[in-house]
Design a protein around this ligand. Structure first.
Ligand code: SAM
Length: 304
């Protein structure tokens, strides 16, 4: 049936819009409601990447590789590989091998080809998503295609804002529910599924992120499909910081990857983390105000 939807041979029940992105992405994103009469989410502008309005100072100097073809695994002269600890972070099929504190992709000043294997998150998403109405958590995101563990899902697109803007954006006493914060408290987990999937033990990879300074991205007014991903305490998606250079600026992007194999039509969710209290310091976590309806056996009961 899903193949018939893709080929346009059979109509998708509850279809509201065939492409929520209006052509901004190479693969259309359907908008579907099979549960009630709501005709779509509140207005927002579709944006496919992150937008830095204020200059975000990164400590990393801007430099790329000098590979003239595609960057090759084992090439000790490739400076992009060196920044990634001497390895390509992705397999030849573009699957993330291991969660890392930071991934450095080739950027616009690197002479390597556009299809270099070190540019996975810059070439748009490769799965057919639908934004659908959930029964109890507003709109959500799922895929018509099966997704293999380690697959790039999408980036978190939106506008980079500072903490003051984040508070103002959400009103006086409510935080912006469409803000992604890198410095929330996130449940730790080990990611190294690729070796596990080929029958090897997972290694003890670090759970810390190597982010130079906290980043907040708001997708309230403009964003992509990531703004529809709901929270789960047992998520099937996780985020990974990625840096690459564009127009002589090295910018930080947040990319989502599948944490496990995800069957078609399964809701895609990630852990929103818990907001830290500015006043209480890093060891004191401020417990979230929102009741969590993720329904997982490990549900914390709240998020934010
Ligand atoms: C970034 S938005 C996600 C998309 C949203 N469902 C929508 O309709 O646009 C975050 C909001 O979705 C809802 N939400 C997400 N995950 C939830 C969960 N596990 N339990 C209850 N509500 C959730 C909450 O209202 C939250 O503030």
């Amino acid at each position: 049936m899903i193949n018939k939807w893709k080929e346009g041979l059979s109509p998708r029940d509850g279809l509201i819009l065939p492409d929520l992105t209006s052509g901004a992405e190479s693969i259309p994103v359907s908008l579907v409601n099979e549960v009630d009469d709501e005709k779509g989410p509140a207005h927002f502008t579709y944006l496919s990447t992150v937008k830095y309005s204020k200059s975000f100072k990164l400590l990393q100097p801007s430099f790329g590789c000098s590979c003239h073809d595609a960057c090759q695994a084992g090439n000790s002269n490739c400076s992009c590989f060196k920044k990634n600890g001497g390895d390509l972070p992705y397999t030849a099929y573009g699957i993330l091998v291991c969660r890392k504190p930071m991934i450095y992709e080739c950027g616009s000043s690197c002479p390597c080809l556009r299809n270099c294997k070190n540019r996975v998150t810059q070439t748009g998403f490769k799965v057919h998503f639908e934004v659908f109405k959930t029964r109890d958590r507003g709109w959500g995101l799922r895929s018509w295609d099966p997704i293999r563990a380690g697959t790039f899902i999408c980036e978190y697109a939106g506008e980079v804002i500072d903490n003051i803007d984040a508070k103002q954006d959400g009103g006086d006493d409510e935080s912006n529910e469409y803000a992604f914060h890198t410095d929330r408290v996130y449940e730790s987990f080990k990611w190294n599924y690729e070796p596990e999937l080929v029958g090897e033990e997972s290694s003890n990879t670090t759970e810390d992120y190597g982010i130079p300074s906290p980043l907040i991205i708001s997708s309230k007014n403009s964003g992509n499909v990531a703004r529809f991903m709901n929270h789960s305490c047992s998520p099937n998606v996780f985020w990974q910081p990625i840096m690459y250079e564009h127009n002589n600026e090295v910018l930080l992007h947040i990319a989502f990857f599948a944490k496990r194999h995800i069957p078609p039509m399964t809701e895609l969710t990630y852990d929103y983390g818990i907001l830290r209290s500015d006043e209480k310091g890093s060891n004191n976590v401020e417990y979230g105000k929102k009741k969590c309806l993720c329904g997982s056996a490990k549900c914390r009961g709240y998020f934010y």
